[in-house]
Write a protein that binds this ligand. Structure first.
Ligand code: FA5
Length: 357
C-alpha cells in the first residue's frame, strides 16, 4: 500500500484515491453484483482501507504538518462515506428491482398441476356411481357414521328384539346419555335422518363408510355403501325399476339387463336383491359371476310404511322406494380385484397398477 513521507505525497495519494472511488462507484449498476459492491465498500471504507492506513501514517510527518494532513484525510474520508451511502442505497434499490423483474410469480396464473399419488379404485367407483344419480336429479347428502340405535335400527323397522338385528354383525359403542350408539351398519340410516329433517317429497343419494364385524375375501369391517331414497305421492315399483335401469345403463355406458330377485329387508316391503347381467361374460357364466351370469350388487324395495310412520310421514299419502349397494364390491368387479382386502392394505405398488389419475 502506498505511503507518504511528506504532505505533497499525501495530497497526490488522496487525489488518486478520490478518483479511484469515483471510477469504482461510477460503474454502471448493471455491471455490478452484491459481491463486487461489498468489495468496493471494504476497499474504500473498511478497517484496512488506505485512508485508515494513512491516518496511522500521520506520525511520520513533521508535527507542524500533521494537523493539516489529518484534516485532508478526514475530509476525503467523510466525502467517501457519505457518497458510499448514496451509492449503496442506489445499488440496493436497483438490485431489488432486478430481483422482482426476474421473479416469474404471477398470482393470477393458474397453479402448475401438482400430482400427489392417484385416485383410489373405490373413490373412482364412488364417483362413477354418484355422478349419474346427481344427473338424474338426486340430491347428495351425508349422514353420521356414529349412529344412535334409533336411526340404525328402530327407525328402519328393526326393533330391539327383532331377529333382523342379527343380519349384521354390529360394532356397538359404549352407551352414553342413556342411549346406545353403534358404528352404522348401512347407509339406510340416512333415509331416516333425511325424512325426519327434510320432510317429503324427497329424492336423495348418500355414500359413505359403513361398518360390520366381518373379514374375508369379499367382506371387510369398514366398507362403503351408496343409497338412494325417493319419497313422493304415487311412487310405485315401476318407478324403482325404471330408475335402476337408467342408473345401471349410465354406469356401464350401455343398456344392461337387470333382475330383481325377491328378498327381505326390514325397511322395505316388498324387497329385492338387485342383480345385473355379468359384465365379463354377458350372461354366459364365468368365474367372476360364479357361473350364474348375474352379479348381485345390492338391495332395493318400496319403503316400509313403518319407516314412514316412525319418521313422521303419512304412509297413506306418501310412498317411496330405496336402493343401496356396496361400492367396494362394485370396485372389485370393475377393477378385477379378487380379494377385497387388498384394496385397503396401503400397498402403493398394487394401487399404482390401476393407473387411475
Ligand atoms: C343393506 O345394507 C341394505 N341397507 C341395502 C338396501 C338399501 C336394501 C335400500 C333395500 C333398500 P346388505 O346387507 O345386503 O344390504 O348390503 C348391501 C351391500 O353392501 C352388499 O350387497 C355388499 O355389496 C355390501 N357389503 C355388505 N357387507 C359388506 C362387507 N363386510 N364388506 C364389503 N361390502 C359389504
Amino acid at each position: 500500500m502506498s505511503t507518504y513521507a511528506q504532505l505533497s505525497d499525501l495530497e497526490r495519494l488522496l487525489a488518486e484515491e478520490r478518483s479511484q472511488f469515483r471510477t469504482a462507484t461510477g460503474t454502471s449498476l448493471e455491471a455490478l453484483d452484491d459481491a463486487r459492491v461489498e468489495d468496493i465498500r471494504l476497499r474504500f471504507s473498511g478497517r484496512n482501507s488506505p485512508l485508515q492506513e494513512w491516518l496511522k501514517g500521520l506520525r511520520a510527518l513533521p508535527p507542524e504538518e500533521r494537523k493539516g494532513a489529518g484534516a485532508l484525510i478526514n475530509a476525503l474520508k467523510n466525502d467517501i462515506e457519505s457518497e458510499l451511502e448514496v451509492f449503496l442505497v442506489r445499488y440496493r434499490a436497483y438490485a431489488e428491482d432486478k430481483r422482482l423483474a426476474q421473479e416469474s410469480d404471477d398470482l393470477t396464473l393458474p397453479l402448475p398441476e401438482v400430482r400427489f399419488g392417484s385416485r383410489h379404485p373405490v373413490a373412482v367407483a364412488t364417483r362413477m356411481l354418484v355422478e349419474p344419480l346427481q344427473r338424474m336429479g338426486f340430491q347428495y347428502i351425508d349422514g353420521p357414521e356414529i349412529e344412535s340405535d334409533f336411526f340404525n335400527f328402530e327407525a328402519l323397522n328393526i326393533p330391539a328384539d327383532h331377529p333382523a338385528r342379527e343380519m349384521q354383525d354390529t360394532f356397538f359403542l359404549a352407551s352414553a346419555k342413556g342411549m346406545e350408539w353403534v358404528l352404522r351398519t348401512q347407509t339406510s340410516s340416512v333415509q331416516a335422518h333425511a325424512l325426519k329433517e327434510r320432510g317429503v317429497p324427497l329424492k336423495i343419494v348418500c355414500a359413505g363408510y359403513t361398518y360390520r364385524n366381518e373379514y374375508d375375501m369379499t367382506h371387510i369391517p369398514t366398507f362403503r355403501q351408496i343409497e338412494c331414497l325417493v319419497v313422493d305421492k304415487g311412487v310405485n315399483l315401476a318407478h324403482m325399476r325404471h330408475t335402476l335401469s337408467v342408473f345401471f345403463s349410465e354406469v356401464f355406458g350401455r343398456p344392461v339387463k337387470l333382475r330383481l330377485r325377491s328378498s327381505y329387508f326390514p325397511f322395505t316391503e316388498p324387497s329385492a336383491e338387485i342383480d345385473v347381467e355379468c359384465q365379463q361374460c354377458h350372461g354366459a357364466g364365468c368365474r367372476s359371476c360364479k357361473h350364474t351370469g348375474w352379479l348381485e350388487l345390492g338391495g332395493c324395495g318400496l319403503v316400509n310404511r313403518n319407516v314412514l310412520l316412525k319418521c313422521g310421514v303419512d304412509p297413506d299419502v306418501y310412498g317411496g322406494f330405496a336402493f343401496g349397494m356396496g361400492i367396494d364390491r362394485i370396485a372389485m368387479s370393475k377393477f378385477a380385484v379378487s380379494d377385497l382386502r387388498a384394496l385397503y392394505e396401503g400397498d402403493v405398488p398394487f394401487l399404482k397398477d390401476f393407473h387411475l389419475a
